[in-house]
Design a protein. Structure first.
Length: 486
């Protein structure tokens, strides 16, 4: 019969359908956006006039930053006595803030370098902002090692510079290790960030409507033309810098942890600190990336580029590193008990039930150990409000963790006669708030004058970047018999 369909025809049709509709990955850019849309959406945020919310927010953060700098000037001119330091607590908010800001800067290098080497293409939408956040966090962190020594004008002694005083740094001092680690990390991070910016700076140069913009973007684009030779050298340099940056993710915060692990203070003298600090740095860094990108995603309407898939994957990283940090918390107590050292046992007992008990219960237990457990469930990872709440908890919890490690180990050590309490002064508080203002002001200037998302890298993950890709209009299959079927 003419209308009958034979079994071979059915099988052939099913096979053809399977060829037409292969299993597809979830797209990294939604709604089939093309190259021009990516350029217009990202470059348009830089080229247009500054929105009112940006000027208001920048004015507030700038005033906070200026007052923080005033507090630093007051402390330098008056002395470290303006802080709440005393005899048992020689380190407090200064080193707490240093470790906190250095930790935040680790997510950018991990996203840009390690995920690049692992060929994780979902990093392309978030790596630029994460790298910028790294630089600004390291700038904030670099303030405290120089200031906390008291006489800032002598801080250059930390660097091995030839001088006429016959003074040479003590290379066995962890403070000197910090100088080398942080300066190396900052230098490589700046090169890595700038290298990734070059193709996008050339795009802004070509689209510039004023001579001053064309001149500035042209200078920093270093003659980029997008030729095969340009791209070959760019990819080689980017791969080399990614390889150099990868060990820094592990080494920098390990060196910072040696500030404590090489001493004999109870709760500090432990070998778990390097991996514990690295996991905590990645944990807090990813939380800060989401804290900044979720509002930027909504304000600049970047939901098609920073998709729920990106947020879901970052939440999984927070869950993983948060679980490692929670395990480290448990191991600290186990090692203190297993060691049989009465000072270690008391120090951890004091951490839970001592005068700073709420730092541990609220900051370390709830914020760092319990709140990330929401991310075991996909419904919470897909909920922007839950993700943002957990990230804010982690940001606060990581600062509390550094405080309880530093002050909790110092204020009650070996001799009860030397015990004391630390109470921050207004200079302590406003210096830290001022660094928050510096950080946010720098980030606001970044999203205003530079592309916050790597346009060239996002375009690479679009289907159109594949030379074998066919547009939906071209997806026609010629069936047997010469008939064209869509």
């Amino acid at each position: 019969m003419d209308g009958a369909t034979t079994a071979p025809d059915v099988i052939e049709g099913e096979a053809s359908a399977s060829v037409e509709r292969p299993l597809q990955r979830v797209p990294l850019v939604l709604h089939r956006r093309n190259f021009s849309w990516i350029t217009e959406r990202i470059a348009g945020a830089v080229e247009g006039p500054g929105p009112r919310w940006w000027w208001v927010t920048f004015a507030i953060t700038s005033m906070v930053a200026m007052f923080g700098l005033f507090c630093l000037g007051y402390q330098i001119s008056t002395g470290v006595g303006t802080w709440g330091l005393n005899h048992p607590v020689g380190w407090a908010w200064d080193i707490t803030n240093f470790v906190f800001w250095i930790g935040i800067g680790h997510a950018g290098t991990l996203i840009s370098a390690i995920l690049f080497l692992l060929r994780q293409k979902w990093r392309t939408s978030i790596n630029r902002s994460a790298e910028a956040m790294t630089l600004f966090a390291v700038i904030c962190a670099a303030i405290f090692p120089g200031v906390h020594v008291g006489r800032v004008w002598m801080a250059w002694f930390l660097a091995p510079l030839p001088n006429n005083y016959g003074i040479w740094p003590n290379f066995r001092s962890p403070l000197l290790w910090d100088v080398f680690a942080v300066s190396t990390y900052f230098s490589v991070s700046v090169l890595f960030w700038y290298t990734g910016l070059i193709p996008d700076l050339a795009t802004l140069r070509d689209r510039a409507t004023t001579k001053i913009k064309k001149l500035l973007y042209g200078i920093f684009a270093v003659g980029w033309r997008g030729s095969n030779r340009n791209w070959r050298h760019y990819e080689m340099a980017y791969l080399l810098l990614a390889g150099l940056s990868t060990p820094l993710v592990l080494s920098v915060h390990s060196v910072v942890s040696f500030d404590f692990a090489t001493s004999i203070i109870p709760t500090w003298h432990t070998t778990i600190f390097p991996p514990y600090f690295v996991a905590g740095a990645i944990f807090g860094g990813f939380a800060m990336v989401l804290t900044l990108l979720i509002p930027a995603r909504a304000i600049y309407k970047l939901q098609d580029i920073i998709t729920p898939q990106h947020i879901d994957k970052m939440a999984k990283v927070i869950l993983l590193t948060g679980s490692i940090v929670s395990y480290a918390y448990a191991m600290e107590f186990f090692v203190a008990w297993y060691s049989g050292n009465q000072y270690e046992k008391y120090a951890f007992f004091n951490r839970i039930f001592g005068p700073y008990w709420w730092y541990w219960w609220v900051g370390m237990l709830f914020c760092n150990a319990l709140s990330p457990q929401f991310f075991w469930f996909k419904r919470f990872r897909q909920n922007i409000y839950v993700v943002y709440f957990v990230c804010m908890c982690v940001n606060a919890g990581m600062w509390f963790e550094r405080f309880i490690i530093i002050v909790g180990g110092l204020h009650r050590d070996f001799l009860p006669s030397s015990w004391g309490m630390f109470y921050p002064t207004w200079v302590d508080i406003w210096t830290f708030i001022g660094t928050l203002g510096i950080f946010l002001s720098l980030f606001l200037m970044f999203i205003r004058y530079l592309p916050m998302i790597a346009m060239s890298e996002v375009k690479i993950v679009l289907p159109e970047a594949n030379p074998h890709h066919a547009s939906p209009e071209e997806h026609h299959v010629v069936a047997a018999g010469g008939k064209e079927r869509t």
